[in-house]
Design a protein around this ligand. Structure first.
Ligand code: GCU
Length: 137
């Protein structure tokens, strides 16, 4: 099944703001984390079937310093992932991780774990066993 896309600018934000001051984003903007530990983007993600799904975060990091984030699903951190430099703030890359989701609505929260905050984030794509609309994979 195709991925379902969830824009960052439509998610719940803490210590992060919607911005448009770099090119190449999808939707109406991207999210810029405050340069501090603990800012987050939280999405509500709806999948038809429980099980393994791929989360893909489209991000930019115009520095040469990694901007790690922890990713929590339904309140439990499942992974802390590196978001290394992409060469410029206008250059976006995909970072994928595999998680287990429940059928129905899940929360996915990406939290910056260093004093620089997270990278800029354009969107979250969700694909995998359940599919976006109840279709079998
Ligand atoms: C620059 C850049 C922002 C970025 C910020 C950062 O200000 O324009 O888009 O979020 O650096 O270091 O996080």
């Amino acid at each position: 099944a195709p991925a379902t896309e969830y824009q960052a600018e439509a998610a719940t934000l803490s210590e992060a703001t919607v911005a448009t001051n770099h090119t190449g984003y999808t939707g109406s903007g991207f999210v810029d984390y405050v340069n501090a530990v603990g800012g987050y983007i939280e999405w509500s993600v709806n999948v038809a079937e429980a099980g393994t799904h791929t989360l893909t975060l489209r991000y930019a990091n115009g520095t040469t310093v990694n901007r790690p984030m922890s990713v929590a699903v339904n309140g439990a951190v499942v992974q802390t992932r590196d978001f290394p430099g992409t060469g410029s703030w206008d250059t976006w890359a995909d970072a994928a991780l595999t998680v287990s989701l429940n059928a129905g609505v899940n929360t996915v929260r990406a939290t910056g774990t260093t004093a620089n905050g997270g990278p800029n984030v354009d969107r979250l794509s969700v694909s995998g066993s359940g599919g976006p609309d109840g279709q079998a994979p």
